[in-house]
Design a protein around this ligand. Sequence first.
Ligand SMILES: Cc1cc2nc3c(=O)[nH]c(=O)nc-3n(C[C@H](O)[C@H](O)[C@H](O)COP(=O)(O)OP(=O)(O)OC[C@H]3O[C@@H](n4cnc5c(N)ncnc54)[C@H](O)[C@@H]3O)c2cc1C
Length: 263
Amino acid sequence: MTQSSGDLKICVVGAGVIGLSTALRLCQEIQNVKVTILADKFLSDTTSDGAAGLWEPYKLGSTPEHLVNSWAEETFLHFRRIYDSSECGPAGISQVPCASLYSKEGYAPPSWRHIPGDFRRMTRAELQRHSTVSGKQYVAGHTFTTLFCEGSLYLPWLTRQLLSCGMLMQGRQLSSLTDLHGEGGHVIRVRAPWIQSAYFEDDEFYVLPNHDTVVLGGTGHIGDSNLEPRQKDRDHIWQGVLRLLPSLAKATVEREWEMLCEQ
Ligand SMILES: Cc1cc2nc3c(=O)[nH]c(=O)nc-3n(C[C@H](O)[C@H](O)[C@H](O)COP(=O)(O)OP(=O)(O)OC[C@H]3O[C@@H](n4cnc5c(N)ncnc54)[C@H](O)[C@@H]3O)c2cc1C
């Protein structure tokens, strides 16, 4: 952060959802600030663009529960405010029912269950129906209405606001940030407009509907930053999601790639 001729100049590194949101907040909070975003990837080249954008605290590592819950609640309320406004469509926010199914014993309801407002445990009849479809015996499950923030719409929406604030963009790679550890994930985007609910199975496989496509996923490779799509990941995902939702057999693949989530 530097100050010159009375005006504050701030450089934000990264043009994913975190960098753009940070830059916009700075523009909104500080008068006459000049924000430059420096990144080597923008818009559709970022991980933020590829992610389905589901709201659900997930893969939390050692982050303390009270912080997870307060950040998760703030984020949910932020998306809800946009969802309830005329900006909902342009910003890529949608509201979707979500079901998480567990076949292993030891289920505990998540600590954030108070946030969505309609979280509930699934009934035995609901679990039985899903078990009959997939052939896997589910012993627990929950459902709630979530919000999606679709990166391919949300990033351009943030960028438009930033450009109108006079933000500058610089495409460059910083060498000192290269030594990052990441978690990769194989993602398949398919066209399947009949899927209008989100599903999780055993925190492993997921089916997440966005505006035009549905995101299918299921693998994470911690510490593995190889971004080449792998046949075994592809087969693993298809096997899991087809068991969960057989109707996906008629879906057409739109895009497929490995993404890296830097940590
Ligand atoms: C498979 C998968 C699915 C996911 N699904 C979801 C989901 O449904 N919901 C959810 O909330 N989260 C999801 N995530 C996580 C989510 O995508 C990330 O937490 C989020 O995109 C991180 O945003 P970011 O801005 O930090 O990073 P990114 O979007 O990766 O952006 C990083 C930015 O930093 C820049 N940068 C990095 N290093 C340098 C450098 N050395 N020099 C210059 N620029 C640099 C890049 O160019 C880029 O602009 C998923 C992640 C993966 C991998």
